[in-house]
Design a protein around this ligand. Sequence first.
Ligand SMILES: Nc1ncnc2c1ncn2[C@@H]1O[C@H](COP(=O)(O)OP(=O)(O)OP(=O)(O)O)[C@@H](O)[C@H]1O
Ligand SMILES: [Mg+2]
Length: 522
Amino acid sequence: MINWDELKHIHVIRKLEAILAQWFHTDIFFVDERGQIRNGEARDLKNPLSQAFFPREKGRELLMKSIREANEKVSKSDQPHVIVSGPCGVEQALVSKISVDNDYLGCVFAYSYIDKAVPQEARARAKSAMEEWGLDPEAFDSAVSRMRVLNDGERKYFFELIDLVAQEIVTFHTEISKREERISALNNQLGTRYSYDSMIGKSKPMQELYSMLDKIKNSESTVLVQGENGTGKELIARAIHFNSPRKDAQFVTVNCSAFNENLLDSELFGHVKGSFTGAVKDKKGLFEAADRGTLFLDEIGDMSPTMQVKLLRVLQEGTLTPVGGTEQRKVDVRVVAATNKDLKEMVEQGTFREDLYYRINVINLVVPPLRDRKEDIPMLVEHFVTRGCKEKGVAMKQIAKRAMEKVFDYPWPGNIRELENEMERLIVLSGEEPRVTVDLLSQRIRDWGENAKVQGVRVAGKLKDALEELEKTMIKEGLRRTNWNKSRLAKELGISRAGLIMKVEKYGLDKRKIARGAGQAA
Ligand SMILES: Nc1ncnc2c1ncn2[C@@H]1O[C@H](COP(=O)(O)OP(=O)(O)OP(=O)(O)O)[C@@H](O)[C@H]1O
Ligand SMILES: [Mg+2]
């Protein structure tokens, strides 16, 4: 079943409708498989004949009858579209089939156009029919006069555009079904464990992470946590500490990138009175504060070479010397380090010490980015919304389905933190409303994927140009979507592979150029 209500949100379809209204004064009716109009609600009709028919009961009835008959006809046809006459008998409608895997799902009824100049007698016949139906024959007559007769070239474009509308509906429908399949497939893979301390996630990568955390529970080894920004590295470090035998001692965090070398030195190892200006008394360092506990060295990739040497010594010998001091102090600290940098590569480039790398990388945990575990998104959304509503003392809110789909599709470059912030923002913006609708989403999330589809489609200028632009946009978007699978895309677009390759060349859409373009835009 097509989700007809959603179609009005699809930019390509809206643009096509606008183009058709502007150039051909044609109205597009979406018709389901039972012959019911699915976009018939109050609308701005552009076709002189629909304007004459649609608002009157009798006229509407006649039009619906034509639509039902057209629906019958096209559903049985093996052609992508059929041409039918409208109620007056002088005007035509093009009816494009919407079918997926041979299942007939409905049609696009494009009303109306005039194929050839209407002969006087046909016009007179139509006028008297109008009178019989109790409709105004003069209004009808002037409507017919206002309609343009299409020439061959125009008719061809016109047909292509209507077929394109039907194809876009099919593409949209297929994408939605695929997404639903994907979600349900992913759901089947979900494990049973949905959280670990304050970490949430049921996805396979998270299950693996949890079982790894379980395994290292009683270990004393150093752990290196690697992952992009906002993936939860700190949460993991905490979980390691609070599940370890050291949990009753301190968990101390130090952000290595937040200090310059000298300050970091004294932060970590402490200093003795008078060792530098401002060192008015002895101060213990964080290593000592974390004695018998865990020291979390965040952003370890930002540590200077000198500090790397000092750190290595402490890790190897278990003793440290405060800044300005001479005597060595013993410490018993477990180190968990985190970074979003590729330390291995830094080692190869000589910016991170190899011996230190191997010393901290005894146990390696890689945190998957959110885009690789999208199946966790619904849970995380629920978690953040529940928590946010509680914190703000407002009643629990619902995220509208369409908004949820947008959240699901967005690639979340900022990972969980970005998702968390977005949910917080939504709770505030929705105010008293119990439902969070798609219009409240941040623009980048709302527009994700849409931009690629429609940017640059003009509604003014020559029809051919607009069609070309539309074609270019659709091919570009399609290539991206199919990951440059030209055979598949050609099939989806209903053209030959050779035809597609020609168009790709014509529009300069080869992969390398696009990649370069995307790089610039980012
Ligand atoms: N699995 C998760 N479940 C719930 N919340 C999470 C999860 N992972 C991360 N968060 C939340 O996302 C935010 C970012 O997490 P965290 O600070 O641990 O990430 P990070 O990798 O250290 O980020 P950065 O690279 O910016 O330092 C935090 O508010 C954290 O509570
Ligand atoms: Mg962090």
